[in-house]
Design a protein around this ligand. Structure first.
Ligand SMILES: Cc1ncc(COP(=O)(O)O)c(C=O)c1O
Length: 389
């Protein structure tokens, strides 16, 4: 059996999404910028997708700019805020995705903005009082804080942070890559300038995403070339990716409650199974469901001699999960998120399990039985690790 519990890294493509994309890989191949009928056909497919996204977020289609994914969308928002909107202070956190942390650091290194890290509470939530004190400055601020943390699942109170940003006339960017397609957004009700999406996190194709850019602001492209995407991103559009993204978002929101119930149920089931079968585990972040992304669970296992090999051994046993974000999994360095929260425990491994529409109870039972087996090892000779059977 092979069990995939790494849906925060990426999700499998929904067959219906593939079906929607296929004609745009074969029959409909025109360049969307061409004015003849071949081009008009594909241009129209792009605009249909844009309307589907805009409809889901309650914004206008002109506020959606297609990108190659979440990383580029984060880059466009941060670079645009500094280069075009006059932000000289970037307020962010140590828990952000590297697309935000590294881009902000680059802005600081270039002498264009200072980066201020907001304090974190012990449960991984943002200290909103400290955020307000950082906003209380003469400098024009950009606040870049993610909605749902990809490692520990904590959710940011988007509306409250938006109100704080409004009070201090700050630009607000939220990386919503992990929550897009998983939570409803009504952007008429939230004061936010930029949010992001990546299709592959909700059963769409890889290499396509978008940035919502509030119509009151304009940023210059970071990829210059033709005038595509209303002069905000040069280059011939990723046509079939865009079509897939539109279909994926439509499916995600058409069946949102059903997905929330199913996926959230999988997470709760895994918590219960771990508690029952593997004593000594600790869950990282705030696990209360109203403040926690229902797709992600981060657990520190009890001390055991397999700790350093745990990911590898689980993989051999057919269970795919992660040691952190996709970028750090497999790498020897630990999670920057757990490090920032001082949650790295000596000789103990932390794993991220993340669930999707296609996760079943059988998958979780299988994963927990393998975990239990690997955690219950006993050493029969120095240097030899044997699984308990
Ligand atoms: C929170 C977050 N932001 C940004 C990204 C980057 O998205 P992409 O892989 O589409 O560039 C990811 C992907 O793991 C993510 O989890």
């Amino acid at each position: 059996m092979k069990v995939y519990l790494d849906n925060a890294a990426t999700t499998p493509l929904d067959e219906r999404v593939l079906e929607a994309m296929l004609p745009y890989m074969t029959d409909h191949f025109g360049n969307p910028s061409s004015t003849h009928q071949f081009g008009r056909k594909t241009k129209s497919a792009i605009e249909t997708s844009r309307r589907a996204i805009a409809g889901a977020l309650n914004v206008t289609p002109a506020e959606i700019c297609f990108t190659s994914g979440g990383t580029e969308a984060d880059n466009l928002a941060i670079r645009g805020s500094v280069n075009d909107l006059g932000c000289t202070r970037i307020i962010t956190s140590a828990l952000e995705h590297s697309a935000v942390i590294k881009t902000s650091a680059e802005m600081e290194k270039a002498g264009l903005a200072e980066v201020c890290m907001v304090n974190l509470k012990s449960d991984g939530h943002i200290d909103l009082e400290h955020l307000e004190s950082l906003l209380n400055t003469d400098k024009k601020c950009l606040v870049s804080l993610m909605h749902g943390n990809n490692e520990i699942a904590n959710l940011l109170p988007l509306k409250r942070v938006g109100e704080l940003c409004k009070k201090y006339n700050a630009i607000f960017h939220s990386d919503t890559v992990q929550t897009m397609g998983h939570y409803a957004f009504d952007l008429q009700d939230i004061h936010v300038h930029f949010i992001t999406g990546a299709a592959h996190k909700f059963h769409g194709p890889k290499g396509i995403g978008f940035l919502y850019i509030n119509r009151q602001i304009h940023v210059s492209p970071i990829i210059t070339g033709g005038g595509q995407e209303r002069e905000q991103r040069g280059g011939t559009e990723n046509l079939y990716g865009i079509v897939g993204l539109g279909k994926a978002i439509q499916l995600a929101y058409e069946h949102l409650e059903e997905h929330q119930e199913h996926i959230g149920g999988m997470k709760q089931y895994m918590i219960a199974q771990i508690n029952e079968h593997i004593p000594g585990c600790e869950f990282n972040g705030d696990c209360r469901s109203e403040d926690s992304l229902y797709t992600v669970l981060n657990v520190t296992l009890p001390e055991n001699p397999n700790s350093s090999m745990m990911l590898f051994l689980l993989d051999i046993d057919g269970v795919a999960c992660s040691g952190g974000s996709a970028c750090s999994s497999g790498a020897s360095k630990g999670s920057h998120v757990l490090t920032a929260l001082d949650a790295i425990k000596p000789n103990r491994t932390s794993l991220r399990f993340s669930f999707g529409r296609f996760t079943t109870r059988e998958h979780i039972d299988f994963a927990v039985s393998k975990l239990k087996d690997l955690c219950a090892v006993k050493e029969n000779a120095p240097g030899t690790k044997v699984r308990a059977r």
